[in-house]
Design a protein around this ligand. Sequence first.
Ligand SMILES: [Zn+2]
Length: 469
Amino acid sequence: MFLALAPPVLAEGLPDLGDTAQLALTPQMERRVGESIMRDIRLHEPDYDEDPEATEYLNVLGNRLVSNSQDVRQDFEFFLVKDPTLNAFALPGGYIGVNTGTIVGAQNESELAAVLAHEIAHVTQRHISRMASNEGKLSTAALAAMVVAILARNSQAGSAAAAIGQAGAITAQIGFTREFEREADRIGFLTLEKSGLDVRAMPSFFLRMQKAGRLYENNAPAYLHTHPITTERIADAENRIQGLPYKQLPDSPDFQLVRAKLRAGQGTPRDTLALLETDLREKKYNNETAARYGVAVALLRAKEPARAQAELAPLLKGAAHPMLFGLAASIKRANGDERGALAVLKQALASYPSNRALNYACIDALQQLGQNREASALVDEQLRNYPRDAKLYGLQAKGYAALGKRLLQHQAQAEVYVLQGSLPAAIEQLQLAQKSGDGDFYQLSSVDARLRDLRQKLAQEAKEKKEGR
Ligand SMILES: [Zn+2]
């Protein structure tokens, strides 16, 4: 295993940042470890939440913070975990998982951003790797053993892996030190400030978390296990905001709608619907549109599309938002009106041509209606904007399969695997493409070229692993 071959570095104290020669894991290795864990999460974790609207929002907010962080070269990917408890965790290599409960529980957008900024700092400060290098906390061997266990499980077909639980366990096992927590707070604070968000969210969020911790005792939110909130951390955060001008920031409509949607998705459909309707009636909300939208989502979830439609209709006449159109289309689909859904999506795309969730939904609707050529054209157009979007390649493969174009189908599926960090599976798909027998000369040449390219990449990775880089 490559990690076991890495020379253990038993540094005295913490290595200086930037002195990566002393770290047990190179950024490339961190990325590969993170990729392998993500692959497991995508494949086996039922709580991995693909919701394109919420995921897109999380990535826009997250990357806004990243662009104001210490290390803008690192690639980040933010993903959603369907879990009502408050938690967020950083995997090696810039993958950051956020529980839906964190978004629902945040009282404003800056509070959510404060959590993200803290996690981003754990990544940019390379805390996992520094921890691995720091003897007595977690040895390289222990981290290697952990990763090996995860990778080994990958090969066990059909194992009901709780990958996210595993990922959480890693963070818990690593249990960042006080120094790392302090550093993540300090750096996270700077990131929050530089991003123009409300830095007061940090102490206010900490205080609420601490109270929640006392309330739950042993059932404290997971976040408290991995990032314990100490009186010292709260005092530090409060000291930082001393003397800073007061700033009232309105939450973005995206935050409000995403939060309303995720809240409507929690609990049992009936109970949640009753709860949201009561809040609306008693005007317990920050934003009426978001509150009504939430009720409409809950109605659809409770299998009452007609009432959902009635609740949503007035909102569509007001200040429009792509998520409102997305819901309108979902309601039509729930009514079996696939054509109506497509019409809504096309109309919405005229106003928001680059909205990813609307495009996914439109491609899906076209495919459902058997309009595969138009669907493929839309996928190609989207891939020009988002060439690293695995979901688009997946939709492309599906469309080609429906059209009976086998070479193109396997070629697209290969790109899904490449983007998910699974080179052997990608190579297998390209070999199937070669054998498909339905490609022309140019298509076959392109498959051959990509295959050479990926084999080279795989060999290079194997070499790096052997050298322990
Ligand atoms: Zn932390």
